[in-house]
Design a protein around this ligand. Sequence first.
Ligand SMILES: Cc1cc2nc3c(=O)[nH]c(=O)nc-3n(C[C@H](O)[C@H](O)[C@H](O)COP(=O)(O)O)c2cc1C
Length: 189
Amino acid sequence: MISLKIISGTDRPNSYALRVSKYVQEKYRQQGVSAEIIDLQNFPLDQVVGGKYGEELPAVDNFMEQAVIADGLVVVCPEYNGGYPGILKLFIDYLPFPNSLDKKPIALIGEANGAFGAMRAVEQLQQVFGYRNAHIFPERVFISRVNKNFDDEDGIKNEFQQQLLEAQINGFPEFVKNLQGDESLITDG
Ligand SMILES: Cc1cc2nc3c(=O)[nH]c(=O)nc-3n(C[C@H](O)[C@H](O)[C@H](O)COP(=O)(O)O)c2cc1C
């Protein structure tokens, strides 16, 4: 049985990122896939003030460990100023290098009030995760006008976007399992 983690990609209180993450988590639960949420509101920011890269930081290491041990990651990412939120980059920069993302399967969901559903932010993330040798699931989802277009119970009101979201949720576990079946494609740490 695979175990996924959903990263809610902002520390903004009451974010759509967290609401979408909870919706997606329930959808995975319905198909018997464990998918806990890593809420970046809980990132131990106070521990990294001043730049503590490469230092032993138990609270940070424990927080990161949730992502490190996951078989696959689902990143729910809003768009802030045409990019992904700073807290998400900080999170990535404190993930152990290189093994934590090396050959890690990652699915991407963008959400924003704008017309393109955080496409810019998601494509920037693809560049970073690509640099870190992750396996990006090709079926990305962009939730545009999220403030009008998303319902906590029913998901995305736009039927086509909802179909894409469901296709990602149905397809990603198989993608993760297939990668696990080919040992040359999976990480060792
Ligand atoms: C700092 C900041 C910058 C933002 N920049 C953008 C943007 O570039 N494009 C966009 O469509 N929405 C932008 N938004 C609005 C978000 O799309 C909106 O907050 C939406 O609810 C998704 O973010 P959330 O997960 O924080 O709720 C911005 C919001 C914040 C807080």
